[in-house]
Structure formats: C-alpha cells, structure tokens
Design a protein around this ligand. Structure first.
Ligand SMILES: *Cc1c(COP(=O)(O)O)cnc(C)c1O
Length: 452
C-alpha cells in the first residue's frame, strides 16, 4: 500500500488515467496543472478590470513557457477565461502560438524581447504579431521588414517610465519621434500602442514604493502627451502587471498585462496570499519517494554534511534535484555541535498513517534528488518507497499543511516566479480539466498524452 499526499485526481476519462500511470513510469515527479483554475483566474482578472465591455482588455502573459506551466495549454486556458491578448517576451514563443493555430481572429499577440539586428521581424509581421520597439535600431529594422513584407507593422512604442530596462527615455524620445512620425505617415508602421513596465509591486504600506509608482504613472502620461502632440496618438496604452491590475484601477488604461495572476499567485507575499485576491495556484508539483531507510542519530545527510540527524530516524529520497529546477538554495541545514547552523529547507507534504506531515529538505539538494528526514520511524508512520509526496500546490488552508511556491521561494530566497519557471521540461506537465475548459478544436492542440 502506498500513501499519497495529493488529492485523488479527477480524470476526465479512462485514457486520462492511463496517461497519468504512464507519466508515473516515465518520470518520478509530475507537474499537475489545473486548467480550470487558470481559466477562472483569468475570468477573475477580466472582472477586476470591469468585464469584457469595460474598454480595458486583458493580456495573458505566457512568456517563459507560460511561467513553466506549458505555453499552448496555458494560452488556451487564458483565452477560455476571456483574455483577448497574449504576450511573450521572446518572439520565438509568439510564433509558436500562431503556429499552434491561435490565429489573429482570436487574439492579438505582442512580443517584446530581441535585438534589432537578428530578429525575424518579417515573420512576425507576416503572422500578425504586434511588436514592441524601444530603440532607434529597432525602429529601423522593423521599418525595413515591413517594407519587405509589404504590410505595415503593428507597433507598441516602449517607453522607460522609470523601470530602467527597455524603452525610450524621456531624453531619447525626441529622436524616436523623429523616426516614428514619418514612418507612421507613410503607412510603414501602424502605431498601435504605448507601453511601459512598473518596477515595484504596489505595497500600499510602503510609501516609498507607492511614490515610485505614482512617479512612473506621471512620466508615462507625459510620454502619451508627446505622442499625441506629434500626431501619433497611441490607440492602446498599457502599464499594469498583475499587481496593478489588482490594486491600481486608475492605470488599467485600454489593456492590462497580468502574468503571475493567471497562474494563481499574488506578485509578492507581502501583499497577502493568493486567496486574498481570489486567485488559485494552478500547479501542483508531486513526486514519488525513492529509498526509505532507517539511520542512526548524528548521521550526515548529503554533500558537505550540512545536516546531521538529531535523533535516530528514517530518511526518504525525493528523486528531483537542481537539474529539475529544485533550487540548491532551498537546502536545509541542521549542524549540531560547535558549528550549530540551522536553516529551513524547502517544505514537502508527506502522508503518514497518522495524517499529513510537513517535512523539510534535509541537507544539500543534489543534481537529481534530495533527502527528507522523516523525524520518526518510517515503519511506524507507514511511509514507503513509491509514496506520492507534494512539494507545492494551491495551499489549501492552515490545517491541510500544503506548501505553495511562495513557501519554496522563502526557503530558496527567491520569488514564486522563479520556482515554477525553473522547473525543467523533463518533469511531465499533465493537465486537469482540459476537456471541460477547452473546446474540442483547442483540446486537439494539446499533446494527447498530457491530458488527465
Ligand atoms: C512579465 C511581465 C508582465 C507580467 O508581470 P506579472 O508580475 O507576472 O503580472 C507584464 N509586462 C511585462 C513587460 C513583463 O515582462
């Protein structure tokens, strides 16, 4: 008998269950992604901006393989939830969306990261993909590509309102307008948008952050005035990420760009929990235990002996490591004796015959595995090789003891974004509720083996 720390998954069919069993044989860890949660998160974000008729559209940001959740399934769930735009950083991913058959009749796509010299602007224009420009070299390259393709390029002018990353600075904007205006008049560039990005997730309790965002908004508005005065008024202004979508209605403009909210997380645990914002984390990361054994007190665990068992105990192998994207910085230290150092490792929910137990990475995370001190006898707890444990999930309440990606972020000194975007694709992504969320023509775009 094996125990499981995750809920009994609801399969959509016998084939879905067979896919699950096949995934367990393929790899000892799986990322289960709930497409209904993702759709509902997007529905909620659309309602936050006032609904489909509000004049504010919502973009599902699906960069970085949809924050590790899988590009195509996540994009389709976002559309099912009412997104009318999709956004990717890399142009490669924008093209993949169109190649998957998500056409311009269904949504606009915006892409924003490239250099002006090697980017396939011609392919992007031909595929009805909107592009951002934020450098003079970018404008030249885009104009050349539009002439070659014989179609105007749909452009979003990126302005640096204070983030200090991409976009024209106020000082450099005059030169940009000198190039943009004649190209717009000639019909080579279709100036669709003006956009920028915010540096801090709004933290209403930190006046300095609120001021910085206020300043960015004022600068953003000055850029708009300069575009209007130059005769290239943007049709669509967009500035809000998830944080501003949730708590800055004044800057929703014509479009907002939530990313992490689509996947069910608030941008910063200082703002609260996902539940505070009626969001539900979509991904559960589970794994099946390898060797379970008894060890004596004071036994060194893993590289560097950074963890010595405080008592006689049992240990269990969790067969994922930093080569899977489990951060080595989420290692757990407990060194007894003279050099007593303690540091909590990443949390793992383990089921025992007495109920769920929250355990921690014990010792260093290795390349393909890490170790858990079970803090007791495996035989007494009924814990066995092959049991399913949960690294993180939606975070079902206090008593349930379910870690979230925020808890892993805390243990690894990072942010939830990095926890899920780092998960390698050798961990199978499996999709719950796909037939319920997606129309048949969309369902057909998924890898059939990934549907639960
Ligand atoms: C990633 C990103 C977003 C989404 O940010 P979240 O904090 O995940 O909502 C929006 N806009 C740009 C330009 C981005 O790079």
């Amino acid at each position: 008998m094996t125990l499981s720390a995750v809920p009994a998954w609801q399969f959509s069919s016998a084939q879905g269950e067979a896919n699950y069993q096949a995934a367990l044989r393929q790899y000892p860890a799986q990322a289960i992604v709930d497409l209904a949660a993702m759709r509902d998160n997007m529905r909620h974000l659309v309602s936050v901006v006032g609904g489909p008729q509000s004049g504010t559209a919502v973009m599902g940001v699906v960069k970085a393989d949809a924050y590790g959740h899988g590009l195509i399934p996540s994009a389709l769930a976002a559309l099912a939830g009412g997104a009318t735009w999709l956004g990717t950083a890399q142009s490669h991913e924008a093209l993949l969306l169109r190649k998957a058959g998500i056409g311009p009749d269904r949504c606009h796509i915006l892409t924003w990261v490239y250099n002006g010299t090697q980017v396939p602007f011609d392919e992007l224009i031909a595929n009805d993909i909107d592009v951002s420009v934020g450098s003079l070299a970018g404008i030249d390259a885009l104009a050349a590509a539009a002439r070659k393709v014989g179609r105007p390029a749909r452009v979003h002018v990126k302005v640096d309102s204070g983030f200090g990353r991409n976009g024209f600075t106020p000082q450099g904007f005059g030169a940009a307008l000198d190039k943009l205006v004649p190209l717009a008049k000639e019909g080579v560039l279709d100036i669709i948008g003006q956009w920028s990005h915010l540096a801090v997730a709004d933290s209403p309790d930190v006046p300095e952050f609120v001021d910085a965002t206020d300043q960015q908004v004022a600068t953003f508005n000055e850029f708009t005035q300069r575009m209007c005065a130059a005769g290239i008024a943007p049709k669509i202004r967009h500035l809000a990420n998830t944080a501003a979508t949730l708590d800055r209605p004044q800057i929703h403009f014509e479009l907002t760009r939530p990313g992490v909210g689509l996947y069910g997380y608030e941008p910063d645990p200082a703002m609260g929990t996902p539940q505070t914002y009626r969001l539900k984390p979509a991904m559960t990361l589970q794994a099946q235990l390898g060797t379970v054994k008894d060890v004596e007190s004071g036994h060194g665990i893993s590289y560097g002996r950074t963890y010595l068992t405080p008592q006689a105990t049992s240990t269990a192998i969790v067969p994922v490591g930093y080569a899977d994207g489990i951060h080595r910085s989420a290692s757990g230290f407990d060194m007894q004796g003279a050099k007593h150092i303690t540091k909590l490792g990443g949390p793992v929910r383990v089921m025992t015959e007495q109920g769920p137990k929250l355990l921690r990475v014990s010792g260093r995370v290795c390349m393909d595995q890490f170790i858990l001190d079970l803090h007791g006898s495996a035989a007494e707890m009924g814990v066995h090789e092959g049991d399913t444990v949960e690294l993180f999930g939606p975070g079902r309440g206090e008593d349930y003891a379910e870690p979230t990606a925020d808890d892993w972020a805390r243990a690894a000194d990072t942010i939830s974004y990095e926890i899920f975007t780092c998960l390698r694709n050798r961990i199978p992504r499996l999709y719950l509720h796909a037939p319920e969320v997606l129309p048949p023509e969309d369902l057909a775009k998924l890898d059939p083996a990934s549907i639960l």
